[in-house]
Design a binder for this molecule. Sequence first.
Ligand SMILES: [Mg+2]
Length: 304
Amino acid sequence: MEENEIYKKQPLILIVDDTVENLHVLGNVLKTENYKIAVATNGRQAIAVANDIRPDLILMDIMMPGMDGYETCKKLKNIPETSAIPLIFLTAKIDNEDIIKGFKVGAVDYITKPFNSYELKARVRTHIELKISRDLLQQKNEILEKLSITDGLTGLFNHRYIIDTLARLVDENKRYRQPLSIAIFDIDNFKRVNDKYGHLFGDEVLVKVASFIESTLRKTDMVGRYGGEEFLVLFVLTDLKGAVKSAKRIVDGVEKIKWEKKDLNVTVSGGVCEKTNEDISDLIKKADDLLYLAKEKGKNRIEY
Ligand SMILES: [Mg+2]
């Protein structure tokens, strides 16, 4: 969701009370504040509805037959999908014990009955605003996290992230002996593309080749931009035979990409190998040497 969509979104409040009259009173007060209202009349229903609609705030009566407010709140806090939804208790008693118990099970606030509509609106507004700020912060963190592992031009994983991932896989391979293969691809004669058509078009070539490589991979495989026009592919749980098959598909496919420049022919070369006993740097060197050999042997091919 875009940042302004979070702001624009009409806040959704779930009201839970076994007394229908209370639902009406609360609903009518809150509707004047431009909130969307959903209701439930018991704990079980409240959990199902909250799971379904993910409200921004829950107002919940404590005294309900069957599952009471405390128990319902506890359950909501134990479900990952609903645990972060702020919950305010509605209570007829202003007993310290009850209030403390409410906070202990995870409520953020309480409102006493009979309601003072001014107080009700003020408390609801505060917690809705807090919820929106938290959502925005979380969204920003997610964006930052994504940016920190992504190559800005191609959208693939960046050098650091793909190497970190390889290091982790090499480590797992040592312990569990499951197959792991890698390939390094390099766009052939890329300097000529840049010289002839300019760097902007060169960038376009990088983007298109990157997204083609990514599109050929299985969900478990990964590709990162290893260097300028180099891509590192991790074939997870794959032996050499499987990796070679995938790598050939990449070489054949890149050659068939259609370009707007009629005389342009883009190809890649690749070095493919399976990990045996090497550490990460030797494994990369092995793939690099094979890539070099593929270039020596005329490019637009793989060596393994
Ligand atoms: Mg009640």
